[in-house]
Design a protein around this ligand. Structure first.
Ligand SMILES: [Zn+2]
Length: 399
C-alpha cells in the first residue's frame, strides 16, 4: 500500500479536493479523500494529482510525417500532400517509420497520456503499444469507396486485426475513414462486425466544407479527388443531407461511435449525435493546420454531446501534448467551464474507448496511473490552471 498527499487531488468525477490524498495498492486506487490518510503517506507538495490523460484520436504510424506536410488553405490539398508523402515511403516497416512511432508513444507518455485511440492503416501500432506502458484501442481504418463485396472487405479486415498482437489493455477494432472515402455498404458491415465484437468504431466526420458539399451534391474537390485516384463509384448517389444525417441513416452513430472533428457540424447535427449517445472527438490544433477551419467548440459543449479530445497525427499537429490541445480549446471557448474541458481529456475518452473500468477518473478500483502536475503556490482555481497549457517539465507519473 502506498499513500500520496498533494496540494490538490482532481478526481474528475467529483470536485477538486484541496489538501487531498490518494492510496494505491497493486497498481489500483484503494481510496482517496481530504486531509491525511490513515496509513503512511508521502507528501508530494504543490502538485495536482489527476488521472492519466486520454488522447482519443491520433495516428501514431504517421509520426514520421512530422513537419513534412505543410499547412494548407483547403483540406483536400492537405490530404493530397499526405498521400504524396506516403507514396514516397512505401513500406511501413521502414526503420524510420517505426522509430518515429515509438518516439511518439514515449512522448505521449511524457506529456501525460495514459490511453490512446489510434488510427492505423498498416496495423503497425498494436505491437508497439504492447511493448510500451501506453494502453488503448487501435482502429484498423478501412478506406474503400468503390466497395465491390463490402462483406468480404470487412471480413478481410477482421482477419487482419485478429492476426496482430493484442491484450486486454491494447485492443484492436475497425474504423471507417470518412463519408467521402467509404462506401455505404462498407459502413454497414463495419457496424455489424464491431457490434459482434463489442468494440468501439471511429470515423472522421464533417471535417471540411468540401465533405459537406460532396455528401449534399456529389460535386466539388472530393469528387475530383476520387476521379484522380481512380476510386469513383458511378453507382454512388449523393445522399443530399449532412454527413452526420447520412451516417445516421447507415446506422453508424451510436454509443460505440467516436466521431472525429465535427468542424462543419450544425446544431441539428450535434443534437443528433447527442440523441445517439455518440462521442465527438475534437482536434482543434489539427483543424487549424489542415485547412478544415476552426471547430465550433462552444457549440459542441452547449449541445450536450460527449466531447473527447485528440491531438490527431504529428503530420498535422506540433506534438502529442493533450494539455496543449486543452489550452487551444480554452482559447476557442473561453466560456466553457474548465472542469468540462478536463473531463473531455480524461473520462469522456476513456468511456468512449471502452476503458471506463480502468481509466478516466481517480476512483476506487481504477488503475493507479496517476499524473502529478507541479503547480505554482497559492492557486485558487486548479482546473483553470490545468487547461491553461502545461509543459512536460511540470509532469511526472506517481507510479
Ligand atoms: Zn485523423
Amino acid at each position: 500500500m502506498s499513500g500520496y498527499r498533494a496540494a490538490w487531488v482532481v478526481p474528475i468525477d467529483r470536485a477538486p479536493i484541496r489538501h487531498g490524498w490518494v492510496e494505491t495498492s497493486n497498481g489500483r486506487i484503494v481510496d482517496l479523500g481530504e486531509g491525511v490518510p490513515v496509513g503512511p503517506s508521502v507528501d508530494l507538495g504543490d502538485v495536482a494529482l489527476l488521472p492519466g490523460l486520454v488522447n482519443a484520436h491520433t495516428h501514431i504510424e504517421l509520426s514520421y510525417l512530422h513537419h513534412r506536410v505543410p499547412a494548407a488553405e483547403q483540406f483536400v490539398d492537405w490530404i493530397r500532400g499526405v498521400v504524396a508523402m506516403r507514396r514516397q515511403h512505401g513500406d511501413a516497416s521502414e526503420p524510420a517509420i517505426l522509430m518515429a512511432a515509438r518516439q511518439a508513444i514515449a512522448d505521449a507518455a511524457r506529456f501525460g497520456t495514459a490511453l490512446v485511440g489510434d488510427i492505423s492503416n498498416t496495423l503497425l501500432t498494436p505491437a508497439l503499444l504492447c511493448e510500451s506502458s501506453m494502453h488503448g484501442v487501435v482502429f484498423d481504418e478501412i478506406i474503400r469507396f468503390n466497395s465491390g463485396d463490402a462483406a468480404a472487405v470487412v471480413a478481410d479486415a477482421c482477419r487482419a486485426i485478429d492476426a496482430v498482437p493484442q491484450t486486454p489493455d491494447v485492443r484492436v477494432s475497425l474504423a471507417a475513414h470518412a463519408p467521402y472515402s467509404v462506401a455505404p455498404s462498407v459502413f454497414r458491415e463495419i457496424v455489424h462486425a464491431a457490434g459482434r465484437r463489442g468494440m468501439p468504431i471511429s470515423v472522421h466526420l464533417s471535417e471540411s466544407r468540401a465533405e459537406s458539399e460532396f455528401i449534399r451534391e456529389g460535386t466539388g474537390p472530393w469528387r475530383q479527388f476520387l476521379d484522380d485516384v481512380g476510386a469513383w463509384n458511378p453507382e454512388w448517389t449523393p445522399p443530399g443531407t449532412t454527413p452526420v444525417a447520412y451516417l445516421d441513416s447507415l446506422g453508424f452513430l451510436g454509443p460505440q461511435s467516436l466521431v472525429v472533428h465535427g468542424v462543419q457540424m450544425s446544431g441539428d447535427d450535434l443534437a443528433r449525435l447527442c440523441q445517439r449517445h455518440a462521442t465527438l472527438v475534437t482536434s482543434p490544433r489539427s483543424n487549424l493546420h489542415t485547412g478544415a477551419g476552426t471547430p465550433p467548440v462552444a457549440a459542441f459543449y452547449a449541445s450536450g454531446v460527449r466531447v473527447a479530445v485528440g491531438t490527431d497525427s504529428l503530420a498535422s499537429t506540433e506534438d502529442m501534448n493533450v494539455f496543449s490541445e486543452l489550452a487551444t480549446l480554452r482559447r476557442l471557448a473561453p466560456g466553457v467551464a474548465a472542469s468540462r474541458l478536463l473531463e473531455s481529456a480524461t473520462r469522456s475518452g476513456a468511456d468512449a474507448l471502452g476503458f471506463e473500468a480502468d481509466y478516466g477518473t481517480l476512483t476506487r478500483g481504477k488503475r493507479a496511473r496517476i499524473l502529478a502536475v507541479s503547480l505554482p503556490g497559492a492557486l485558487t482555481d486548479v482546473e483553470e490552471y490545468l487547461v491553461g497549457g502545461i509543459e512536460p517539465a511540470q509532469l511526472h507519473w506517481v507510479e
